[in-house]
Design a protein around this ligand. Structure first.
Ligand SMILES: [Ca+2]
Ligand SMILES: [Ca+2]
Ligand SMILES: [Ca+2]
Ligand SMILES: [Ca+2]
Length: 578
């Protein structure tokens, strides 16, 4: 069971028994001056109630100057578990939990108070129930954040007590507990999950832990002390990590950043992503699986936070700098090389599919429902890899899609320099991203047919760039063993995938021949990704590939073993888009 961090108002009885380590962020008066009733000795009143509203401080972003603390507004703490705790005049941890409820959409809560009980506390957990989200301190034993009142005397028939989780801002730095931050994280991702639940009520999102800490900073290392690299989704732990380091980079109020990471959680838990991750940014001609994954996260943030189409990241000293602004609605901006390999093209395209038909080239207004259907339908089951081609193909194939809508989708993709999509393999695509070797997107091969020569671009700066990755599709009418043999003078690796799942992999030598074999199913489309590992060089290099029936010969004897591709590929997906 989780411990919990008590963000309560208790200056009159500061407890030190649990130690600064667990309390971590210290204590803060959460709802202003206490107003205890003059006497709590009278327990005669029957049918007592305690009610109120729970709020947190929302600090808005600006386009140029980071967070604007002077414009802070209270927002309701929605859908969280709220406990009524008996107060015995001692530390609340030992107080008996008398009842629990769920706060309303307006942050309201209400309890019936047992007749004999005259002193209670209200404890709100940073934990929603539907969908299930929680915010924990990864730098403090994954303690669950809570917001707790001081003692409340309940001798009247109806007692009202409102609680506000304060930002802790002291005018030029955080002088108090940042009690609002965990609830800001929670509220943003509650909004994201609810948006889908509203259009598709049957949606089921599994529990999502959100890891936030004042210690979470952009350093690689040990996440249990706050070295989280950057805000990111971790498929390993199934949780999201959010930056919180004051004067460096905080993300709890950067709601687009948070939803972007939630988009990766969405793909992982209810959809599918074949993205290989790695460094990325606007203007890259990148692996189309990465371009789709990052474009999806950015676009989703603006869909959820519509009509705020501008992704903003605040940071720096006093959080007073807006370090990044990306407008999902502004097609072509910061997109010098548009196309199926550009995350900027993908994000503006996806956003236009969602938003109203509000630009000369934008006649599509599908909203979130069809996007959910595609992401959990055709995009999840495609035999190809998850790219803009598989997404658009599935979108155009949704039942009931009119010819006019299909034509309008084609107009939109054309605006992003993507040819009208015919299938999930990008057949007929004409935009080669500046090098003829980048097309066709997938090269069909015949088992026991001719060999194929692939050309790689050694000038790319990372192995997740388009020029380092080539895609082959193949199938076989009858089941049986297949072998793939690829020869190159340079360093390459082979991966065979079935609907995005790896079925075979070979990356044994630094140059020479890679080979693998696997048991192929009948009439099943496989994708072979050949990855070239030469970067930062000049010129091109090739690999010759054959796919034949039978089992590959024993692995070539070689002393030249090397680290595996999985070790070389960045495991998590960096957030900062540029
Ligand atoms: Ca930030
Ligand atoms: Ca647009
Ligand atoms: Ca639109
Ligand atoms: Ca639009």
């Amino acid at each position: 069971m989780h411990g919990w961090i008590n963000l309560r108002c208790s200056s009159h009885q500061r407890d030190t028994s649990r130690g600064a380590g667990l309390l971590g962020t210290g204590l803060l008066c959460l709802f202003g001056a206490l107003s205890l009733a003059p006497s709590d000795a009278n327990a005669d009143v029957k049918g007592k109630t305690l009610s109120g509203k729970l709020t947190y401080d929302r600090v808005p972003q600006t386009l140029d100057n980071g967070l604007n603390y002077s414009a802070t507004v209270p927002k309701p703490i929605r859908n969280v578990r709220v406990a009524l705790v008996e107060d015995k005049g001692k530390e609340t941890n030992t107080g008996k939990e008398l009842a629990s409820t769920i706060s309303g959409e307006d942050g309201s809560y209400s309890f019936a108070i047992p007749d004999a009980v005259t002193r209670v506390r209200v404890r709100a957990f940073a934990q929603t129930t539907s969908p299930a989200l929680l915010v924990q301190d990864n730098a403090n034993g994954n303690a669950l954040y809570t917001l707790e009142s001081a003692a409340i005397t309940t001798t009247s028939t109806a007692t009202v007590k409102n609680l506000n989780a304060a930002s802790g801002w002291g005018g030029s730095y955080y002088s108090g507990v940042r009690a609002a931050a965990p609830f800001a994280c929670l509220d943003t991702l509650y909004t994201a999950a609810r948006a889908f639940a509203l259009v598709r009520p049957s949606v089921k999102f599994p529990l999502l832990p959100i890891n936030w800490s004042v210690d979470n900073r952009p350093e690689s290392g040990d996440e249990t002390i706050g070295q989280i690299g950057t805000s990111h989704y971790s498929s390993g732990s199934g949780g999201i990590f959010i930056l919180g380091k004051e004067d460096v980079d905080t993300d709890e109020y950067d709601d687009h950043v948070m939803v972007h990471e939630w988009g990766h959680y969405f793909e992982d838990k209810v959809g599918r992503s074949d993205s290989i991750g790695g460094t990325h940014g606007g203007g890259d001609i990148i692996d189309p699986r990465v371009a789709f994954g990052e474009g999806w996260g950015n676009a989703l943030s603006a869909m959820i936070l519509y009509p705020d189409s501008k992704y903003k990241d605040s940071g720096g000293l006093s959080q007073a700098t807006t370090t990044l602004v990306l407008d999902m609605e502004a097609n072509g901006v910061n997109d010098p090389k548009p196309g199926w390999f550009s995350e900027t093209s993908v994000m503006t395209l996806l956003y236009d599919i969602f938003d109203p038909a509000n630009e000369s080239f934008d006649g599509v207004a599908l909203g979130l429902g069809p996007i959910y259907d595609v992401m959990t339908g055709g995009q999840k089951t495609t035999s190809a890899e998850t790219t803009v081609f598989s997404f658009i193909k599935a979108l155009k194939s949704l039942p009931g899609t009119s010819a006019a809508t299909i034509a309008a989708i084609d107009t939109l993709t054309t605006k992003s320099h993507i040819s009208p999509v015919k299938d999930e393999f990008g057949t007929g695509e004409t935009n080669n991203g500046g090098n003829a070797a980048n097309l066709p997107v997938y090269r069909p091969m015949t088992v026991d047919g001719a060999s194929l020569t692939l050309t790689f671009l050694g000038s790319v700066d990372n192995i997740n760039k388009l020029g380092a990755n080539r895609y082959i599709s193949f199938s076989k009418p009858v089941a049986g063993s297949l072998q793939v043999i690829a020869s190159s003078s340079s360093d390459i690796g082979l991966t065979v995938l079935e609907k995005g799942k790896e079925v075979a992999h070979a990356d044994e030598t630094s140059s020479g021949t890679e080979q693998l074999s696997f048991d192929a199913k009948a009439n099943t489309t496989y994708v072979l990704v050949v990855q070239g590992f030469v970067t930062g060089s000049s010129g091109q290099y090739t690999a010759s590939v054959r796919i034949t029936s039978g089992i590959a010969a024993a692995k070539l004897a070689t002393a030249d073993r090397k680290i595996s591709a999985t070790q070389r590929t960045t495991p998590s997906v960096p957030r900062k888009p540029s």
